[in-house]
Design a protein around this ligand. Structure first.
Ligand code: SF4
Length: 376
């Protein structure tokens, strides 16, 4: 089983914190869609005839594409891959795009999961982040999606914003819970270099939230969402009724995926690869039958580090039997030597040869994972 990721590099406007590869000029859209279809044909062997169990349109803003754009890409996928009948097919969408008219155009397309970038239910925060929707629009969008029979809806939230108080964050969490969605992804704001937010931070015009408050917000999120019936299955992800993101879980479980479109990443089970982050160069390379893909060949140590990093983030943990069979007894011993103190302190459990973070361990997960990683 494998996954397909399609990066849609267009956004109507640019958010203040965003460092994803995306452009506000939509004029290359037609050429982009043609190039994605051609890339599917050129790279169909990458996942070696495995059945496709997840398809994920991410971005950027996939909800800037039209019915016809999606139709062309889906037709090409079906012509080149076997897609499982119960495949999870996700579209990331901006709340502003999800009006009744657009949802009507989505009928007839095979999406069965929507991931909506809401980020906050506070209009001042949304303005600060330069999101183009309001809180009211986001609430309406979710309600419209539900009445259009989407019953696997995920929303994104963001916390740790400058000037965000615990009260505002609690209200955001309550509103998110009240929407009755099946999945919530929630990330702390990061000051990525090259973004407008980073420049404001360097100029002293915004002040990052206090670290203690960040921890309190993270803790409140775990408590509120767990009390509301969400399972905390990955450090930043919560699901109800077992509706985990199958696509993202396949990344964390080390399965193969083919990334299409500019800046998309791929993994063939052994090595990582990524497409060039430029629409024009991407379209040009594909046009010449020569996708501009760079590959990183993973040695055993890097593979081990990836295995630790992805496994420890999830509720499925790190399986020591699998670790030993893939990376050898010496790596397993190395892992056990370094994890022992965390087990003794109650930050990690080892049940049936599976290492997992405890609730206390989640709060120091970065330190634990870095201690378990192999350093030359
Ligand atoms: S909508 Fe998403 S991808 Fe586009 S600029 Fe905002 S954060 Fe970035």
């Amino acid at each position: 089983m494998a996954g397909i990721y399609i990066h849609v590099p267009f956004c109507k406007t640019r958010c203040i914190y965003c460092d994803f590869y995306t452009r506000t000029d939509m004029s290359p859209r037609h050429n982009y869609v043609s190039a994605v279809c051609r890339e599917i044909e050129l790279r169909r062997d990458y996942i070696s005839s495995e059945v496709v169990k997840t398809i994920y349109f991410g971005g950027g803003t996939p909800s800037q594409l039209s019915y016809g754009d999606f139709q062309r890409i889906f037709d090409t996928i079906r012509a080149n891959f076997t897609v499982a009948s119960d495949a999870e097919i996700t579209m990331e969408a901006n709340p502003d795009d999800l009006d009744a008219k657009y949802l009507e155009t989505l009928r007839g397309l095979p999406f069965n999961r929507l991931s909506i970038g809401i980020q906050s239910f506070d209009d001042n925060e949304l303005k600060f982040l330069r999101r183009r929707h309001s809180a009211g629009r986001a609430i309406d969008a979710v309600s419209l999606c539900k009445s259009s029979d989407y019953n696997n809806i995920s929303i994104d939230l963001m916390y740790g914003l400058p000037n965000q108080t615990m009260d505002i964050w609690q209200r955001n969490l309550e509103q998110a819970i009240n929407l009755g969605v099946q999945h919530i992804s929630s990330y702390h704001l990061i000051y990525e270099q090259g973004t407008r937010l980073y420049r404001l931070f360097k100029l002293g015009d915004v002040k990052p939230v206090d670290e203690d408050l960040s921890v309190q917000m993270f803790s409140a999120m775990i408590d509120s969402l767990s009390d509301a019936g969400f399972q905390h299955y990955e450090i930043s992800n919560f699901a109800r009724n077992g509706l985990y993101s199958k696509h993202n879980s396949s990344y964390w479980l080390g399965e193969k995926y083919l990334g299409l479109g500019p800046a998309a990443h791929s993994f063939d089970g052994q090595n990582r690869a990524w497409n060039i982050a430029s629409i024009s160069k991407y379209v040009e390379g594909i046009g010449q039958g020569n996708p501009a893909v760079e590959t990183e060949y993973l040695d055993k140590n890097t593979g081990y580090n990836d295995f630790i990093l992805t496994g420890m983030r999830t509720m499925w943990g790190v399986n020591l039997v699998v670790l030993e069979s893939r990376f050898g007894t010496s790596m397993k011993d190395y892992c056990m030597k370094n994890v022992r103190k965390y087990i003794n302190q109650g930050f990690v459990t080892n049940n049936d040869n599976v290492l997992k973070l405890t609730r206390e361990g989640i709060f120091i997960s970065d330190g634990i994972m870095s201690d378990l990683m192999w350093v030359e």
